[in-house]
Design a protein around this ligand. Structure first.
Ligand code: S3P
Length: 429
């Protein structure tokens, strides 16, 4: 288990670009593989999660060439995937396993999906229950709620599904199954989750209709290979935004970040906390909005966060907790129960780490209350095997009173392989 140590910084300065968006990278492989013709992907995130998806599709018979800059995927068409010779390992990646479960449910072959010990503990019923209503046959541990999942491919029929959680993974799994189903598959959700699938389905020519709080996909239409440029991941940029905000005297420009409105909750939250954030040169790339983001250190204040802001910032809560710990006054997070079933229970993990850093935190069932202040103590912290917990505590280390050591940091490679390099580059000593 590797430990990484960060010293307090004098400022965070410079210009960086963060790696490609994780969600878009997964979807580019999946749609490229089942489209007709070639798909090229530039800016693909070579993190472990996305490599799990890439390896799985290669095991399903898809040829992918990688010249180090661009991926070339030779699409097999809707029905061209082949039965895999072995179990498909999704590693730590919830997006890989849930989306592929939907996609594989409608194939004419048998497959098994599994993952690491964290992924095997995460709930799968949310996708398996609606897929079963579409006619899918899927077996799993814990009465079908946990991986490994065994999928007996079948002909599917479209359904209407009102998802009780705002989850892009659930929505996308059913959209992928819907490509193979007879008739229409309609998914609605309580709040809009990230819409990268909707955008990419349209880009590939799928039969798709956007509804007020949902989406409808009609099955049977072939997709066409496309060229995709993946923008920088706003969830990765978020660590550097908070770093620049909490270290006085900082100014940082992050180039080429995806600013899809279903992902920019972090910008709204930090702005409401008093952050100085400017979007520069807004443009559109492959159907996704992109901008450069300029951040200057700011005095932050505590706020209340809930409702539809939560799914729009769902992956950013660990680092929002760090900003809240150094803000003036109390920050209250509610409606964020989903944080308990991420790579780890992120409410419990951040509460434990912040308390160790001297911050008063109250855990609630669906969120937390953080009493902000000016001080964060250094010390040793745990990643809980979760990349975003590890990176959040290392960011905290830049503004802490002493050295911060985080153990078990290998998990950072799932989403942000060059994180520590970039952090060292922008932190002035
Ligand atoms: C993702 C959806 C979100 C997010 C995850 C990526 C996706 O999960 O937390 O990191 O790519 O669809 P949920 O759908 O479980 O909210």
């Amino acid at each position: 288990m590797e430990t990484y140590t960060v010293q307090p910084a004098k400022a965070v300065r410079g210009e960086i670009a963060v790696p490609g968006d994780k969600s878009i990278s997964h979807r580019s492989i999946m749609l490229g593989s089942i489209a007709q013709g070639t798909t090229t992907v530039r800016g693909f995130l070579r993190g472990e999660d996305n490599l799990s998806t890439l390896n799985a599709f290669q095991a399903l018979g898809v040829a992918v060439e990688d010249d180090g800059e661009t991926l070339r995927i030779e699409g097999k068409g809707l029905h061209g995937l082949a039965e895999p010779f072995d179990i498909l390992d999704c590693g730590n990646s919830g997006t890989s396993i849930r989306l592929m479960t939907g996609l594989l449910a409608g194939q004419r072959f048998f497959s098994i999906l599994t993952g690491d010990r964290y992924l095997r503990n995460r709930p799968m019923r949310r996708v398996i229950e609606p897929l079963a209503r579409m006619g899918a046959t899927i077996f799993g541990r814990a009465g079908g709620d946990r991986a490994p999942l065994a999928i007996v491919g079948r002909e599917l029929t479209g359904i209407d599904h009102a998802s009780p959680v705002a989850s892009a993974q659930v929505k996308s799994a059913l959209m992928l199954a819907g490509l193979y189903a007879a008739g229409a598959t309609t998914i609605t959700e309580p709040h809009l989750s990230r819409d990268h699938s909707e955008r990419m389905f349209r880009h590939f020519g799928a039969d798709i209709e956007i509804l007020a709080t949902g989406v409808r996909v009609r099955g049977g239409r072939e997709l066409q290979g496309r060229d995709i440029v993946v923008p920088g991941d706003i969830s990765s940029a978020a660590f550097f935004m908070v770093a620049a905000l909490i270290v006085p005297g900082s100014e940082l420009l992050i180039r080429g970040v995806g600013v899809n409105p279903t992902r920019t909750g972090i910008l709204d939250i930090l702005t409401a906390m008093g952050a100085s954030i400017e979007l520069v040169d807004c443009r559109e790339v492959s159907g996704e909005p992109v901008a450069d983001i300029l951040i200057r250190s700011s005095r932050l204040r505590g706020i209340e966060i809930g409702g539809d802001l939560v799914p729009r910032a769902i992956d950013e809560f660990p680092v929002i907790c760090v900003a809240a710990a150094l803000a003036e006054g109390r920050t209250i997070v509610r409606d964020a129960r989903e944080l308990r079933v991420k790579e780890t229970d992120r409410i419990a993990a951040m509460a434990a780490n912040l308390r160790k850093a001297g911050v008063a935190v109250v855990e609630t069932e669906d969120g937390m209350e953080i009493e902000g202040g000016e001080r964060l103590l250094g010390g040793s912290f745990e990643s809980f095997g979760d990349h975003r917990i590890a990176m959040s505590m290392l960011v905290a280390g830049l503004a802490a009173e002493g050295e911060v050591a985080v153990s078990d940091v290998e998990c950072i490679a799932t989403s942000f392989p060059n994180f520590t390099e970039l952090l060292a580059r922008v932190a002035a000593r």
